[in-house]
Design a protein around this ligand. Structure first.
Ligand code: PLP
Length: 400
């Protein structure tokens, strides 16, 4: 009997964090590294949000709060859902946690028993399968390739559902592909779910505000109100307001699930940081200029990266609808050898060779469950992106 639990051996450390750490290590050795692996906005949190946090400290809001969020933040979240998503929730149907990550984790731990299945379209955010495994469930990965715009089709969803299916996790716009589901595509999926009353929908809407070219964001409970009583709508302030370090995420769901999640949180972390809760309230209720301004900047960077990558021999980069990632295919490079003599046998070899030979850090597609691809986070300066893309082009041109 080992000291560490069997449960822990089911999972691996986050590959995105591993790549970011590796890039930081090379930089510390003096290498000229461009890091495109981390998924966070490169902007500062807007000043009025920072001010609200300072005021909260001065007002003495530095003690424990209600386990899953202050009443005033919950009210602000209800108003947000009504205003932006046409969803009517009561504060008793809202939970607040330490990042969207904790909301997802709580929901899965509170509902999964050994053998319960969770459908996860691939490419997926790296944490979904491991969270399901930690909770004792079984991830059912459904590959959604570039040819279908990285989107789950109703036919593939129908085929993946079994009597043991408990959740479908849907992330629109997606990390890592940036693919978004418009109303028709979403409705086609919710129609399938309506036929299977045992299946709940976990909507990860964390990139809701990062949508481009006028793409109209929709969330499942809004598109199909009959699914609302078996949907957890998850969101947070990390990506929308450049608040990754503040650690506030939230969810809306039927009261029974919200209570179960609060019970779990009461025995793990208790409340999310009191000061961050006041900051999140200011984010949701205050001026929304940052949201529109950052969207315009990200759209410009997306265009820069997509056009640059499509000029690289062997790379095909579709245009994403949202988030701040691109997920190009490297099918045209597989089987070639880099100038430095590394055989590009798969996307992990590609990412390693790219880092070694050009200093550009990206995350390989296998980490997200769909190869041969890689993910670039373009949440960095235009200058860095331009330089990174030209290094990638030189790398591809020299592969033979
Ligand atoms: N969901 C997706 C798809 C993400 O990419 C992330 C963060 O990278 C999260 C959820 C969690 O975000 P946070 O815990 O910062 O709210």
């Amino acid at each position: 009997m080992g000291f560490l639990s069997d449960r822990l051996s089911r999972i691996k450390p986050s590959p995105t964090i591993a790549m970011t750490t590796r890039a930081a290590g090379l930089r510390a050795q003096g290498r000229d590294i461009i890091g495109l692996s981390a998924g966070e906005p490169d902007f500062d949190t807007p000043p009025h949000i920072r001010d609200a946090a300072k005021a909260a400290i001065d007002a003495g809001h530095t003690r424990y709060t209600a386990v899953d969020g202050t009443p005033s933040l919950k009210r602000a979240i209800c108003d947000k859902f009504a205003r932006e998503n046409g969803l009517d929730y009561a504060p008793s149907q809202i939970t607040v946690g330490t990042g969207g990550k904790q909301i997802l984790f709580n929901a899965l731990l509170a509902t999964l028993d050994e053998g319960d299945e969770v459908i996860i379209p691939a490419p997926y955010w790296v944490s979904y399968p491991d969270m399901v495994l930690l909770a004792g469930g079984t991830p059912v990965v459904v590959e959604c390739g570039l040819d279908q715009g990285f989107r789950l089709t109703p036919e593939a969803l129908e085929a993946a559902i079994t009597p043991r299916t408990k959740w479908l996790i849907l992330n629109s716009p997606s990390n890592p592909s940036g693919a978004g589901y418009d109303r028709d595509a979403m409705q086609a999926l919710t129609d399938v779910l309506l036929r299977h009353p045992q299946v709940w929908c976990l909507a990860d809407d964390i990139y809701e505000h990062l949508v481009f070219d006028g793409f109209a964001f929709v969330t499942p409970a809004q598109v199909e109100p009959r699914l609302k009583d078996r949907t957890l709508t998850m969101n947070g302030v990390s990506k929308a307001y450049a608040m990754t370090g503040w650690r506030i995420g939230y969810g809306a769901a039927p009261e029974s699930l919200i209570k179960a999640m609060a019970k779990l949180q009461s025995q793990s972390t208790s409340n999310p940081c009191s000061i961050s809760q006041y900051a999140a309230e200011a984010a949701l209720t205050g001026p929304q200029d940052y949201v529109t301004e950052s969207r315009a900047v990200f759209q410009r960077r997306r265009d820069l990266v997509v056009s640059g990558l499509n000029a690289c021999p062997g790379i095909e980069c579709p245009v994403p609808q949202g988030a701040f990632y691109v997920y190009p295919s490297i099918r045209g490079l597989i089987g070639k050898t880099s100038a430095g003599g590394i055989a590009i046998s798969d996307d992990e070899a590609f990412a390693n060779a790219l880092l070694e030979e050009t200093g550009v850090a990206v995350v390989f597609g296998a980490a997200f469950g769909l190869s041969p691809h890689f993910r670039i986070s373009y949440a960095t300066s235009d200058r860095q992106l331009t330089e990174a893309v030209s290094r990638i082009r030189r790398f591809c041109e020299s592969c033979a």
